[in-house]
Design a protein around this ligand. Structure first.
Ligand SMILES: [Zn+2]
Length: 131
């Protein structure tokens, strides 16, 4: 069962395929079977955070669980690039984090992808170069 605000297995697979199994921050190749492992593992980063309150507060934010809101990161929220992103190590222009407070949705905000450069991620598991 996928919890509210979590990416479904099918969406995780779309994100994995889109990002070619690599961390979008450092480009490191990840091993599919190591999801959730803190060292040499990976996780899906939420660009716009789920926030607190679960399904009630997120009911007007269906984009939270779409591919545009997810990107592969090495490590977890407390290790690797994922932790660096959560700690605010990267500038807002890199697009790894999208504010819950702004009007822009993740699909609108360019992301600095280690493999593709500056891209916009769409909600079907694709991307296009951001001008
Ligand atoms: Zn990384």
């Amino acid at each position: 069962m996928t919890r509210p605000g979590e990416f479904s297995p099918a969406t995780v697979q779309l994100i994995w395929d889109r990002d070619r199994g690599c961390c979008v921050v450092c480009g490191r190749g990840l091993r599919r079977e190591r999801r959730g492992e803190p060292f040499n593992g990976w996780s899906v980063m939420h660009r716009e955070p789920r926030g607190a309150g679960g399904v009630k507060r997120n009911s007007d934010r269906p984009h939270l669980v779409l591919p545009s809101n997810g990107a592969l990161g090495c490590g977890t929220g407390t290790t690797g690039c994922h932790a660096d992103v959560e700690a605010g190590k990267y500038p807002a222009e890199d697009g790894y984090k999208v504010s819950r407070l702004g009007k822009a949705r993740p699909a609108d905000v360019p992301l600095r992808h280690a493999l593709f450069g500056m891209v916009r991620l769409d909600d079907a598991g694709g991307w296009e170069t951001a001008a």
